[in-house]
Design a protein around this ligand. Sequence first.
Ligand code: GLP
Length: 244
Amino acid sequence: VKFLTAAAAARHVAKEIDKLIRARNAAGKHTVLGLATGSTPVSLYRELIRLHREEGLDFSRVVTFNLDEYYPMPKESQHSYFRWMHETLFSHINVKWENIHIPDGALKPDEVDAACEEYDEKIRSFGGIDIQVLGIGRTGHIAFNEPGSPQNSRTRLVTLDSITRRDAADGFSGEKNVPHHALTMGVASILEARRIFLMAFGEHKASIVYKAVEQAPTEAISASFLQEHRDATFVLDEAAAAEL
Ligand code: GLP
């Protein structure tokens, strides 16, 4: 799928989420959304907030799982994805606090493995993710699954690639302040979602989008494993689709 503008792409994904939530609400059932951070999904979240405010979209039965969090990272830090998600989306819609799940950057080192396992179990306990929203990093990562992440990887502690840390430097006022590690859902945890939308906008994403879509699936580019998913869509603007 190609769209001329990022705004139209965001509206398209928002519409799909809107349809599913309304259908589930009508049946008295919950909707499980997998959510991403970064600049890419901001326009989508803005559109979801608009649908909530102006068109009565009810998030009270929505359950969310975020992809990742820096580690270590206190929730209240200005750099945490926890804080970013609340400021960008959660505090503007009627999602219930207890239905929000984000990997906990404040875990003690000896708690990490068990908590990661629990995260995957929690997703399963809600019946799995209905719609997963993804961005893509310049290393080809989905969530923080850097080059070398196996297709069967689960939620875990990872080391960030130097390109990823460089790309995050602005937000941290300098690369030296960017954490070296993160907690991330694994490739397998992500691929278990029933429907996936990977969004990418801008010419700086064109070459990695080309590799993820047109080259053979490889651990070197975790987004390339989406080719093996039954219902994964790349939602792109013209610039990001330029090399396809
Ligand atoms: C971070 C996030 C990814 C995101 C990527 C791209 O690394 N962990 O989930 O896809 O950034 O960010 P942006 O959308 O700002 O280009």
